[in-house]
Design a protein around this ligand. Structure first.
Ligand code: P6P
Length: 335
């Protein structure tokens, strides 16, 4: 049954508390803390052009990318909010080389969830006022509560996620998330700081005519991707498709989920495993895509079945309307 619009995110969480199996409210509190951190980051993102918060923080992250000041701010905001509420036992972030252990006031590491985040994805778009996003992924720890959280708690396949979502800081700010019972989108009313259910039960159209890929890398793509792009451009049947690429995963994904489309970041000679990170970009977006009836693979296997081996490992990523992902997989598997 589709939830009715305009209820607040807080009301929605309370009414759907029963969905969070084994949780006596921690997962709800966790989603609530992400909601708060998103408001704090949204406030900074929305004024980025007005204060000297643009430009780099002078550091580079584990990916060797310049850390934008807002990257650092967003990372700190999510870590601080999650830490203060004593809900998680550990956090991994694109902006942190290693995972962070969160101890409760008891000094123990006894909370049951770990969170993995890309605090500000697409941050290279900040200086040009293009929308960016936060991506989060939540697991129950697999090590015993009270024992120190370990890397093993973070290296779980995506099919073990208990919740995942993104915040898109666009023309409006939205939280879109799933706990394994469908996907719902909430839009922030900035005047009162409340999120309202604006997109209940989001569904990825099974087909679409938008393909999102950085064609500047075309010569480096695998032959199957080249063949698929030429297929999209052919004057035949329902084609040519439309090419739309913002350079911000959350924005491209969100548009494709509403209109129908596919996002592709393949492996290339330069990046044999692609660019996107499995744990805090691809797995959460794959969970959302599948919960909305879409599909996500690395061209050959389901993203959420990949067994991670490293915190910041990358993967080729094909995600979106089911028929479009299956079409490019056919091209990939023919070569
Ligand atoms: P390129 C942003 O850095 C990001 O991780 C995604 O948000 C985006 O889709 C992609 O990389 C853009 O990468 O190489 O096309 O600039």
């Amino acid at each position: 049954m589709t939830p009715q619009k305009n209820k607040t995110l807080g009301e929605f969480i309370i009414e759907n508390q029963s969905e969070f199996r084994y949780s006596s409210g921690e997962l709800s509190r966790l989603i609530n803390s992400i909601r708060l951190a998103a408001k704090v980051v949204n406030h900074e993102v929305n004024k980025a052009g007005l204060v000297d918060i643009l430009g780099t923080a002078g550091d580079t992250n584990v990916q060797g990318e310049d850390q934008q000041k807002l990257d650092v701010f967003a990372n700190n905001a999510f870590i601080k909010t999650l830490t203060n509420r004593e809900i998680v036992c550990g956090i991994a972030s694109e902006e942190e080389d290693d995972f962070i252990t969160i101890k409760g006031r008891s000094g123990n590491n006894d909370n049951k969830y770990v969170v993995l985040i890309d605090p500000l994805d697409g941050s290279s778009n900040i200086d040009v006022n293009v929308s960016v996003g936060t991506i989060f992924s939540i697991y129950r720890r697999i090590t015993h509560e009270g024992t120190p959280v370990t890397l093993e708690d973070f290296l779980q396949p995506g099919n073990k996620q208990v919740a995942a979502g993104y915040i898109i800081y666009g023309t409006s700010t939205m939280i879109v998330y799933t706990t394994g019972h469908g996907v719902n989108g909430f839009t922030l009313n900035p005047a009162i700081g409340t999120y309202y259910l604006s997109h209940p039960n989001m569904q990825f159209p099974v087909d679409g005519n938008i393909y999102s890929v950085n064609e500047g890398n075309y010569v480096h793509f695998p032959q199957g991707v080249k063949d698929y792009i030429k297929y999209c451009q052919k004057e035949e049947d329902d084609r040519p498709y439309t090419s739309r690429y913002i350079g911000s995963l959350v924005s491209d994904f969100h548009r494709n989920m509403i209109k129908g489309g596919i996002y592709i970041y393949p492996n290339t000679a330069k990046d044999p495993n692609g660019k996107l990170r499995l744990l805090y970009e691809c797995n959460p977006m794959a969970f959302i895509a599948e919960q909305a009836g879409g599909k996500a693979s690395n061209g050959f296997e389901r993203i959420m079945d990949i067994q991670p081996t490293e915190l910041h490992q990358r993967t080729p990523f094909f995600c979106g309307s089911k028929n479009m992902v299956e079409k490019v997989e056919n091209f990939m598997q023919l070569t």
